[in-house]
Design a protein around this ligand. Structure first.
Ligand SMILES: [Zn+2]
Length: 445
């Protein structure tokens, strides 16, 4: 029986949360706004309107590219990508063709597999089509609020060989974008959109398969992993029977757990790209790029590794704590505060990961105070500790005498003896306090 290797490449679209749109001054926060209220001649695509590029969106894309080790082109330009569709009335989308902002990036999966990032470019989002009914008639409504919102597109090489690595990568992309503060990357609101190109390669073959199926319109990581698996088994079934797999676009149905055909592409479309004559090319000096690189915050991968090395956390704990940059900061602040009371980073991580205690205390100081209370409650009552201390002092005559002669190591021995007596259930700091108090009292007599 034939064996196959999975071949997956990704296209990820991310709406950049700048204040204004990509080529005009209209606001970008379109979600939930009255239809067609955030528009102007530029983003409506009216004839003669002049676009101008949004510098912040370009900077955001460069940061994102640098975060994934991309090469930033010193010279980049915008192009017109022609196609006809009602969500794009001017007949072309301003995008980037042969000179994207970033190229040749990379990412390594947990299993150390290298995924090459082909390019990251910037384009304008299109209007939103709403299929609805009006007086019993089926209609399609167009909302241009989204039209012209800066859209960043990342394209990988077909280097993924399983659905898990795809999810892992996409989660890293989402975290990185949030760390950089350039997008909410909220899939439910459409500010992060995923497409996967999937095919199967017969084992032993060098050349890539002569077809690919594009999975589109999937709005959660979980569904994407399921959709990929469903699509892979569909393709395998066809290929094993000796059939061809059609090059097409497919969607995924949660109900059936299967993919379904949306559009068959006979051949690659010709968009007749040509340089956008209304927008001058974008230039960056090496110094400027270097400055942007230096301005990047600590990224998720580096933070994850540092949390493991510096605080001795497991990978699972580190991963949970670095999900949000603000939570990671909270953890480190709490660790610094807790160190004064000898609370280990592990104790703090435990309470945050397993009990979500940080959600109850907006300030790390509140959490540390709570840990003090919790730990005290778990220790034996003070009377028992005091009793045990007295017992040990009576018994350990030599150690007591040594301590009173100034041999401070004896204190540790006495604390240890009390803990042995109480099976380690006393608060060590409290034991030490009581011993010291008792022995000073004894010396004063
Ligand atoms: Zn506008």
């Amino acid at each position: 029986m034939k064996k196959f290797k999975t071949v997956i490449g990704l296209e990820v679209h991310i709406e950049i949360s700048t204040a204004s749109k990509m080529f005009c001054g209209c606001p970008t926060d379109h979600f939930g706004k009255k239809a067609n209220s955030l528009v102007c001649p530029v983003c409506l695509g009216l004839p003669g309107a002049l676009p101008y590029a949004n510098r912040q969106a370009i900077l955001a894309s460069l940061k994102f590219g640098l975060a994934f080790g991309c090469r930033v082109s010193g010279f980049s330009k915008f192009d017109r990508k022609h196609y006809f569709y009602p969500d794009l009335p001017k007949g072309y989308q301003i995008s980037q063709y042969d000179l994207p902002l970033c190229t040749e990036g990379q990412w390594h999966s947990e299993s150390r597999k290298k995924i090459r990032i082909r390019r990251i470019h910037l384009e304008e989002d299109t209007a939103k089509l709403i299929h609805s009914e009006d007086n019993g008639k089926k209609v399609t409504l167009v909302d241009f609020n989204r039209s012209g919102v800066p859209l960043m597109e990342l394209v990988t090489e077909p280097d993924f060989d399983n659905a898990e690595a795809v999810s892992e990568f996409l989660k890293e992309v989402q975290k990185t974008v949030r760390y950089l503060g350039i997008s909410s990357a909220d899939m439910e609101k459409g500010s992060m959109r995923l497409e996967a190109n999937i095919s199967l390669q017969e084992e032993g073959r060098k050349e890539l398969p002569d077809y690919k199926v594009e999975l589109k319109n999937i709005n959660s990581f979980r569904f994407l992993a399921k959709a990929i698996k469903a699509e892979l088994s569909r393709q395998e079934e066809l290929l094993v029977k000796g059939n061809r797999v059609l090059q097409e676009t497919r969607g995924y149905s949660e109900k059936t757990g299967k993919t379904f055909s949306q559009r068959v592409k006979e051949e690659a479309q010709d968009y007749r790209y040509f340089p956008e004559p209304d927008i001058p090319p974008v230039r960056f000096s090496e110094d400027e790029v270097e400055k942007i690189k230096l301005s990047l915050p600590e990224l998720p991968a580096a933070k994850r590794q540092r949390f493991m090395d510096k605080y001795g956390l497991s990978q699972v704990y580190a991963e949970i704590l670095i999900q949000e940059a603000s939570r990671a900061d909270y953890f480190e602040e709490a660790v610094a505060l807790g160190a004064k009371s000898n609370f280990s980073a592990k104790t703090i991580a435990d309470l945050m990961v397993n009990k979500n205690l940080d959600r109850q205390f907006p300030e790390p100081a509140g959490l540390v105070k709570r840990i003090t209370e919790v730990t005290n409650k778990d220790y034996l009552p003070d009377e028992l500790t005091q009793g045990a201390v007295k017992e040990v002092i009576l018994k350990e005559v030599k150690a007591v005498a040594d301590y009173q002669k100034g041999k401070t190591q004896s204190l540790g021995y006495l604390v240890g003896s009390v803990q042995r007596l109480l099976k380690g259930k006393a608060d060590p700091r409290r034991v030490q306090e009581i011993i010291q108090k008792e022995l000073t009292k004894g010396a004063e007599k």
